[in-house]
Design a protein around this ligand. Sequence first.
Ligand code: CP3
Length: 365
Amino acid sequence: MTTDTTGTVARDGESRPGGPADSPFIRACRRRPGPHTPVWFMRQAGRSLPEYREIRATVPMLESCRRPDLVTEITLQPVRRHGVDAAILFSDIVVPVAAAGVDLDIVPGTGPVVAEPIRTAADVQRIRLITREDVSYVDEAVRQLVAELGDTPLIGFAGAPFTLASYLVEGGPSRTHAKTKALMYGNPELWHALCGRLAEVTLAFLRVQIDAGVSAVQLFDSWAGALSEADYRRFVLPHSTAVLSGLADAGVPRIHFGVGTAELLGAMGEAGADVVGVDWRTPLDVATGRIGPDKAVQGNLDPTVLLAPWPVVEAEVRRILEQGKAAPGHVFNLGHGVLPETDPEVLTRVVALVHEVSSRRADQG
Ligand code: CP3
């Protein structure tokens, strides 16, 4: 009953003019013109904000992801503070994997750490398929957020099979992804079984978020840039395609993001993305040439530039807006997540500058 009612409200919200579906962010994802270039920041809900640190001082990371009241508050913080064009659900890529039965924790300063790394077919079997009940806290948080956010779209997200597999096989963060690649090259059958299962978990997790009312989804394949294009196509693309193409009928834009993916941009678009994320290594006009004219782009500001004096930041923002004109749709963002040491005031200034510069452009026709 509650499910039906909230679902209807969300759908009505999307169809009325001025609702999230008509927002600058969703318009840009769909390659439609809008009043200004939309901007949000990966990892905007997090440690650069004192109000976030205050909440998290007494609550461990995974617990904060499982409490709808905290998820709602933390997700709203950067929207209130910076006036960004989209909210991103406060969660982590390992949340659905933990819900699927994998024993893991998120260790401050390190990241996800897995108690028993995946080594065998039996280990893969133990990763359960998840249902809505397994992640009811996400369902509840998204519904609360959609009601609170009004016309501001909420982005749902998940980790892509390769990046999730890397944490599960390594047992934690890795620079070389050596154990992951050793499994991939040495036991392709087990590799595909693992990624196939992770794709199923990820698809189910994104469907829960979409049913609860998110306006777009982003699939983070943060570490895919560790692979050559040939290996990406053979070992990763089928599984990311299973997730993104599995959502083709869901009616929300799909963003696909990775770091160091200059050689993979075309393939990542082929996986079924409407928007392809671009890090700071590839200018947006060059990226568009690789991705093609039927997809929007997102990203490109080096997160470390935000630590530089304002004139440097301003020049970079203007350059990116200029080069973004080559794309059929541009969502302004960083090339990776906000660094914890970033001054939040700078983020607020970037939002204002992006809006000002891109609106003036529209005025001038
Ligand atoms: O973007 C947002 O604001 C939403 C929140 C979000 C988090 N993690 C919160 C978080 C999102 C979208 C993620 C995704 C995520 N998590 C990715 C993909 C994006 C990326 O950055 O490449 C990855 C690879 C992870 C895994 C992970 N979780 C890492 C590498 C870390 C950082 C470890 C550290 O402490 O330096 C985490 C922990 C994490 N996830 C934090 C936050 C706010 C920090 C936890 C804390 O405050 O102690």
